[in-house]
Design a protein around this ligand. Structure first.
Ligand code: ADP
Ligand code: MG
Length: 495
C-alpha cells in the first residue's frame, strides 16, 4: 500500500509538474505576445506622432516663410536670425585669376588655391591642403590658433612656383570660410558670437576674426587680404552660383544644418545700408534654430533637447541633422527595451549611452537589403552588444530608422519649399523659363540615400509636378571652400 501510495503520489506530482510546465509555457507565450504587442504599440504611436502629411508640411513651410519675414524685419524679430552676410556680388563664372581660401569649421582646416579662368576655362588647378587642428589649439588662446593657421598658409604659399607669384603691387586675395556664429560687420569683418563644435577659445569671443587672422598673417610676413568672410552655407551658395546662375539658395545637411539664399535687398527692412548695385543680398538664415508649433515633436525629441548642451535652441536642427537622427532612434529603441523587454529581461546597458548610435550606423541599418537583415544584426551586436535578435526584431529596428529619417527629410523639404515661397519661386515659371536651383551639401544628404530620396520626393509633392520641373535641387560638390575663393574673386579690391 505504502508503495502504491508513493507511486500514485509520484504520478500525481508528475501530472502536476506537466501542468505547471504547460502553464508556464502558455504564460510565457502570452507574456511574449504581450511584449510584442507592447513593442508594436510604442512603434505605432511614435509613427503617428511623426507623421508629416502634405498638409502639415505646407503648414511648416508657411511658418518658415512667416519667420523669414519677421527675421528680416528687425534684429531679434524671430527665432530665425536671418543674418545679413554682406555678400551682394555672387560669382558669375567670369572671374579670372588665382584666389585662395581658408576653410575652418571643424576638426580639419583647409588651405585652398584655385585658378579661375572665366567661362570657357572654368576652375583649374585647385590645390588643397588639409591639416587637422591639434586639440590643444581648439581650447587654447586666440593668437595660438590664428598663428597656426597663418603658418600653414605661409608654408603653402612659400612652396608656390614663381609663375604663381602676383605681379608687384598686387596682393593675394583670400576668402575665409569660418563656420561658427559670427556677427558680420562688413563683407570682410565680423565678430565671433560663440564657439561651437568642440572649440573653446575664450579670448576670441567678441573679437573680429579677420583682424585676428591679419595680425597672425603679419607676424609670418604674408601680404594677403581677406576679401570675404563667410560660413560654409554661403560658400556653398557661391560655389553653386559660379557654375549655375539659377542657384538661388544653399542648404547644408551634415552634422548640423543651415540654409542661405539670395534676397532682394529692398525686401530686407532691417538693412539700413546702401542699396547694393546688384540689388541682392545673401541672407544666412541660421535655420537650425527654426521652431514652430506645427513641427511634429515627440517625447523623444523633448528629452533629447532637455539633455542637450543647448536646450530650447536649434529645434529644427535636432529633428533633421546628422548629429541627432541616430540618437532619436536610440531613444525610441530604449523605450521599447524598457517597456516591452524587447531585447530580453534586462535593458541592454549600451542602449542607455547617449549618441552611441551614430547616424551613419543608423543609415547602414536602414539601407540593409539582405533578406535576413544581417547588417542590422551586426550593428546591434557590435554597437549595442545586443545579440540573438530575431528577424522580426530587426524589422522593428529598421522601422524606427525609417520613421526618424523620413520625418527629418520631409521637414527639410518643407523648409526648402518655405524659402522658394518666400522668393516667389514655388510656382511654374513658364514665361521667363526661369529655373530655381537649390545647392545641397553635407554628408547626410550625400550618403543617406533613403533620407535624400524622401527629401526629393516631398519637395516634388509640395511643388506639384509642373513646378517641380523648374525647381530642382542639386548636390553641390564641396563648394564651401572653393566657393569662398570665388567670393574673394567677386569681391576683389581690383574690380
Ligand atoms: P560637417 O557638417 O561637420 O561639415 P559633413 O558634411 O561631413 O560635415 O557631415 C558629417 C555628418 O554627416 C556626420 O556627423 C553624420 O551625422 C552624417 N553622415 C556622414 N556619413 C553618413 C552616412 N553614411 N549616412 C548618414 N549620415 C552620414
Ligand atoms: Mg561641412
Amino acid at each position: 500500500m505504502v508503495m502504491r501510495k508513493v507511486v500514485v503520489g509520484t504520478a500525481i506530482a508528475c501530472a502536476a509538474a506537466v501542468c505547471a510546465t504547460a502553464a508556464l509555457v502558455v504564460r510565457h507565450r502570452m507574456k511574449s505576445r504581450g511584449k510584442w504587442a507592447r513593442a508594436l504599440a510604442i512603434l505605432k504611436e511614435f509613427e503617428e506622432k511623426c507623421e508629416t502629411p502634405i498638409g502639415k508640411l505646407r503648414q511648416v513651410a508657411d511658418a518658415m516663410t512667416v519667420e523669414m519675414h519677421a527675421g528680416l524685419a528687425s534684429e531679434g524679430g524671430s527665432k530665425l536670425k536671418m543674418l545679413i552676410s554682406y555678400v551682394d556680388n555672387l560669382p558669375t563664372g567670369d572671374e579670372k585669376g588665382h584666389f585662395y581660401a581658408l576653410d575652418l569649421g571643424g576638426t580639419n582646416f583647409r588651405v585652398i588655391r584655385v585658378h579661375l579662368g572665366g567661362k570657357d576655362k572654368g576652375v583649374t588647378n585647385p590645390d588643397v591642403e588639409e591639416v587637422s587642428i591639434p586639440h590643444h589649439l581648439m581650447v587654447g588662446s586666440s593668437h595660438e590658433l590664428f598663428d597656426f593657421i597663418a603658418e600653414t598658409l605661409a608654408k603653402f604659399i612659400h612652396s608656390e612656383p614663381e609663375e604663381l607669384h602676383p605681379p608687384p603691387g598686387r596682393q593675394r586675395e583670400l576668402g575665409f570660410t569660418f563656420s561658427f556664429p559670427v556677427r558680420q560687420t562688413s563683407i570682410a569683418s565680423g565678430t565671433l558670437i560663440k564657439w561651437t563644435k568642440g572649440f573653446n577659445i575664450e579670448d576670441a569671443v567678441g573679437e573680429d576674426v579677420v583682424e585676428e587672422l591679419n595680425k597672425s598673417l603679419e607676424k609670418v610676413g604674408l601680404d594677403m587680404r581677406v576679401s570675404a568672410l563667410v560660413n560654409d552655407t554661403i560658400g556653398t551658395l557661391a560655389g553653386g552660383r559660379y557654375y549655375n546662375q539659377d542657384v538661388v539658395a544653399a542648404v547644408i545637411l551634415g552634422t548640423g544644418t543651415n540654409a542661405a539664399y539670395v534676397e532682394r535687398a529692398q525686401a530686407i527692412p532691417k538693412w539700413h545700408g546702401l542699396l547694393p548695385k546688384s540689388g541682392e543680398m545673401v541672407i544666412n538664415m541660421e535655420w537650425g534654430n527654426f521652431r514652430s508649433l506645427h513641427l511634429p515633436l515627440t517625447e523623444y525629441d523633448q528629452s533629447l533637447d532637455a539633455d542637450s548642451l543647448n536646450p530650447g535652441e536649434q529645434i529644427f536642427e535636432k529633428l533633421i541633422s546628422g548629429m541627432y537622427l541616430g540618437d532619436i532612434a536610440r531613444r525610441v529603441l530604449l523605450r521599447i527595451a524598457e517597456e516591452a523587454e524587447f531585447f530580453g529581461d534586462t535593458v541592454p546597458p549600451k542602449l542607455k549611452i547617449p549618441f552611441i548610435l551614430r547616424t551613419p550606423d543608423m543609415s547602414a541599418m536602414h539601407h540593409d537589403t539582405s533578406s535576413d537583415l544581417k547588417v542590422v544584426a551586426n550593428k546591434l551586436r557590435d554597437i549595442l552588444e545586443i545579440s540573438n535578435t530575431s528577424l522580426k526584431m530587426r524589422k522593428i529596428v529598421v522601422g524606427v530608422c525609417d520613421i526618424v529619417a523620413t520625418r527629418g527629410a520631409r521637414l527639410a523639404a518643407a523648409g526648402i519649399f518655405g524659402i522658394l515661397k518666400k522668393i516667389g519661386r514655388d510656382t511654374v515659371r513658364v514665361v521667363e523659363k526661369e529655373k530655381s536651383v537649390v545647392a545641397l551639401d553635407g554628408a547626410l544628404f550625400e550618403h543617406y540615400i533613403e533620407f535624400r530620396t524622401s527629401l526629393e520626393g516631398a519637395l516634388k509633392e509640395l511643388l506639384g509636378e509642373d513646378a517641380a520641373k523648374s525647381n530642382v535641387i542639386e548636390q553641390a560638390n564641396d563648394g564651401s571652400g572653393i566657393g569662398a575663393a570665388m567670393l574673394a574673386a567677386s569681391h576683389s579690391q581690383y574690380l
